[in-house]
Design a protein around this ligand. Structure first.
Ligand code: NAP
Length: 257
């Protein structure tokens, strides 16, 4: 993909979709800065990636949703060619219950963290004439998810920001896009299956099986499929892909275009 030797920050990457992206970039020979809050899990992930792919992996245990956490990440990161923005998703619930603090927390995690990291890293990418940013958002920006109104709201804000900035830097070799997961087999999805189980009284395995049948592919996506798409969006070949929202959902969003 033409990115061997590049340096990437992958936020929220000890598990799940972030880890899938980190592994796929490492397979292309990209050196990594990995981040998550739990230092132990993060270091285990980093060691496994070093062992399999032989790339340099720096770990920064920090909360990417805070100013202090991002400062710690940026201090260790050095010059970055690639940034994959990611954070944990907001809790499910009812729109009747969310107060200002809940919306601000969702905005901090699922919009502002990515915006702040783009503000901190994209200018230097422009100066060097090459860069790639992938923001992990959600199918919720195309199709609202009832219990995830906090996600619907916060990620719409990030999507709007990216639409503008991506076109502003496209002539400087910097490619910024969003990658929208539908349902993937991660801890997050187990958590949401468990939440639905608490509402319906079904077993968690039954909820999972039922939700998978609603997807034309009849299964949840894998983190390796997700990571491979992310790596392509960071590749040399993706140089003309500007400000796009790439949906990876097994066909679940029912539309012609
Ligand atoms: P996951 O399997 O639960 O993994 C989350 C990862 O992020 C872990 O490594 C976790 O480590 C880290 N993390 C969480 N909060 C963090 C924070 N504040 N700062 C730094 N690291 C943090 O989740 P996932 O399924 O990969 O989901 C990733 C994102 O995609 C979420 O925003 C989710 O809402 C969104 N999404 C997922 C799906 C899906 O089907 N999986 C669908 C649509 C959208 P620590 O806990 O140690 O920090």
């Amino acid at each position: 993909m033409g990115i061997a030797g590049r340096r990437a920050l992958v936020c929220a990457s000890s598990k799940g979709l972030g880890r899938g992206c980190a592994e796929a970039l490492a397979a292309e020979g990209v050196d990594l800065v990995l981040n998550a809050r739990s230092a132990d899990t993060l270091e285990v992930t980093a060691e496994e990636i070093r062992a399999v792919h032989g790339v340099k992996v720096t770990t920064v245990p920090a909360d990417v949703t805070t100013d202090q956490g991002r400062a710690a990440i940026l201090e260790q990161a050095g010059d970055l060619d690639i940034v994959v923005n990611n954070a944990g998703g907001p809790p499910p619930g009812s729109w009747r219950d969310w107060d200002r603090d809940a919306f601000i927390a969702a905005f901090d995690a699922n919009a502002y963290a990515a915006i702040a990291l783009m503000q901190a890293t994209v200018p230097a990418m422009c100066d060097r004439g090459w860069g790639r940013v992938v923001n992990i958002t959600s199918v919720s920006v195309k199709q609202p998810i009832g219990v995830l109104g906090l996600s619907n709201t916060a990620r719409a804000a990030l999507t709007g920001f990216v639409a503008g900035i991506a076109r502003d830097v496209a002539d400087q070799g910097v490619v910024i896009n969003n990658l929208l997961p539908g349902l993937h087999a991660t801890d997050r999805t187990v958590g949401l299956d468990t939440y639905e189980s608490s509402l319906t009284g079904e077993g968690v395995a039954d909820v999972s099986a039922r939700r998978q049948t609603t997807i034309p592919a009849r299964r949840y996506g894998s983190t390796s499929e997700f990571g491979a798409t992310c790596a392509f969006m960071c590749s040399v070949q993706a140089g003309f892909m500007i400000g796009q929202n790439i949906l990876l959902d097994g066909g679940a969003f029912n539309s012609t275009l």
